[in-house]
Ligand binder design. Structure first.
Ligand code: ZN
Length: 200
């Protein structure tokens, strides 16, 4: 079932989501929710969806970055973003740790901040421990775009949105992003939108 995606301003997006027990995770209600979140993510379309985005304050994330969604991105841009296909996965009660002090700043969007894009600095490399949909422990080591998706989605579980971490002057409507900044190196965007060429 495709679920409505809640938008910024709904308090559920600002709550700290609660942990799921293994028993609850394996029950029908949460297994059905996982299927619906997957369907909702594909329909949106998006590369990740956290339970608070469908109004459920639970520590649950689905994500997938399909090769098909990269067809209109140049190979040079994919290389810069460190973006490669990521298979579908479910993360329950995830804990993220950064393992590289270096940050990367790129435009991102959020299905719950519809109509806007913003440049967000994120850790280049992270580790995540979580359970999968079967309640088995998983450990993920990710770099580049996958690391960004993980940080963005896990932020949702703490009530944090990308706009909390963005460079405020980078905020663009999606129309302006598509017309002016898609594929443009971020330093050029910074030179045009920053204050004296700086974001802060
Ligand atoms: Zn989001």
């Amino acid at each position: 079932m495709i679920l409505p995606i809640v938008q910024a301003g709904d308090p559920v997006l600002r709550r700290k989501a609660r942990l799921l027990s293994r028993e609850e995770l394996l029950g029908t209600a949460i297994q059905d929710l996982i299927l619906s979140m997957r369907e909702t993510m594909y329909a949106a379309p998006g590369v990740g969806l956290a339970a608070p985005q469908v109004g459920e304050s639970l520590q649950l994330v689905v994500l997938e970055d399909r090769a098909e969604s990269m067809v209109d991105v140049s190979s040079q841009a994919l290389e810069e973003l460190g973006r490669r296909p990521v298979p579908f996965q479910v993360l329950v009660n995830p804990i993220v740790t950064s393992c590289d002090p270096h940050m990367a700043a790129f435009f991102e969007g959020c299905l719950s901040v519809s109509g806007y894009r913003c440049v967000v600095p994120r850790h280049l490399e992270v580790s995540v421990t979580a359970w999968n949909e079967a309640g088995d422990p998983v450990a993920i080591h990710a770099r580049g775009w996958f690391a960004r998706i993980l940080q963005h989605e896990i932020d949702h579980l703490a009530g944090t949105l990308c706009v909390d971490r963005m460079y405020p002057r980078s905020l663009c409507t999606t129309d302006n992003y598509m017309q002016r900044w898609k594929g443009v190196p971020v330093p050029e965007v910074q030179a045009a939108l920053g204050a004296d060429g700086r974001w802060d």
